[in-house]
Design a binder for this molecule. Structure first.
Ligand SMILES: Nc1ncnc2c1ncn2[C@@H]1O[C@H](COP(=O)(O)OP(=O)(O)OP(=O)(O)O)[C@@H](O)[C@H]1O
Ligand SMILES: [Mg+2]
Length: 310
């Protein structure tokens, strides 16, 4: 049995255990799929049943934070963004790829006219398809508009990357909050870009699936959502592990990244099935230009995304 098949099967069992249902054996085709990445890219750290203090005793209603308190308590850190992937940090508004993100931004505002849309999960079927790249640059293009405040959250607790892209610390962060070790203020940070706030992944943990499902994320979002125009949440790939579908339940919509000439169609379909139709607000086709990885073209379709488009 190939390693990817093993990992998918294990993830399927984890998912079934979490959902309390029987495992469906629909991963059989995965072994033959032309997957260009390996499971080594996604360390499977989740240990089903590991002892996690769940959200018992948590108040059922989260009182919203005030902006004054947030601004007073959220530390401003010295970020050192990766200039190659963080398209908007170098001050060049015409840099390659930026226009596609502006288009994506306007499509999302258009989608927002038809539905409540603030908490957006960015995911994809498999590793290395551009989820973190998309989430980080989308957050940046959003705050380029005057007065828009954005919170970017790294909820990929298995393979966090956003702190590396932004050039900042990874903890304390979301994992610490989900374990009840830190409050909202100590996990949130600001850098040089006005109105962009960031919650990194936090301390490395071994029970990502249980942590994201423990109810504290919803509580956190209730506390902070009134303060932001957008909350953009980066996630692990949706097919190998269950985190993204759990995270989506705390969000208003899902943006699916598909890597051009890479994501196998059956994997894209499978990822799509992880989310209810109404949750899927669009698809980003990443890396459509064959001539260079550093240049990106985005295709984005609002609503009614059909399987042929992914
Ligand atoms: N359109 C693009 N242009 C330039 N670089 C890109 C593009 N898309 C992705 N990358 C780069 O490819 C690598 C993988 O992308 P990224 O980390 O965003 O993928 P991912 O889907 O988040 O992966 P993982 O599943 O491991 O979290 C990163 O180094 C990223 O900067
Ligand atoms: Mg990522």
């Amino acid at each position: 049995m190939s390693r990817i098949h093993e990992a998918l099967k294990k993830a399927e069992q984890e998912r079934a255990a979490l959902q309390g249902g029987a495992a469906q054996s629909s991963f059989a085709a995965a072994e033959e799929s032309p997957v260009t990445t390996t499971v080594d890219d996604l360390p499977a750290r989740g240990v089903p049943g590991a002892g996690v203090p769940l959200a018992s005793g948590m108040p059922s209603f989260a009182s919203p934070l005030s902006l004054d308190v947030l601004l007073a308590r959220c530390p401003q850190l010295q970020w050192n963004p990766d200039q190659k992937t963080m398209l908007f940090f170098n001050g060049d508004d015409g840099a390659r790829g930026t226009e596609e993100f502006r288009t994506l931004r306007s499509r999302l505002y258009h989608a927002r006219e038809k539905m409540a849309l603030k908490k957006l999960l960015v995911t994809s079927a498999l590793p290395k398809e551009g989820k973190s790249f998309t989430a980080a640059n989308l957050a940046q293009v959003m705050v380029r508009q005057h007065g828009r405040r954005v919170l970017l959250i790294d909820a990929d607790l298995r393979g966090p990357r956003l702190h590396l892209m932004l050039g900042t610390t990874s903890s304390p962060g979301l994992a610490d909050y989900l374990q009840g070790r830190s409050d909202e203020f100590s996990i949130m940070q600001r850098g040089p870009m006005e109105n962009l706030f960031f919650i990194p992944s936090g301390e490395e943990i071994s029970d990502a699936a249980e942590l994201v499902a423990n109810g504290r994320l919803k509580f956190l979002l209730q506390r902070v959502e009134a303060l932001f125009d957008w909350i953009i949440i980066d996630s692990p790939p949706a097919v190998p592990v269950s985190d993204a579908s759990v995270l989506a339940k705390a969000c208003d919509g899902v943006l699916m990244v598909v890597r051009s000439n890479s994501t196998p169609v059956d994997m894209a379909r499978r990822a799509r099935q992880e989310f209810p139709d109404q949750a899927l607000v669009g698809v980003v086709l990443n890396g459509t230009d064959a001539e260079a990885m550093s240049y990106t073209r985005y295709y984005y379709d609002v609503k009614n995304v059909t399987e042929s488009k992914v």
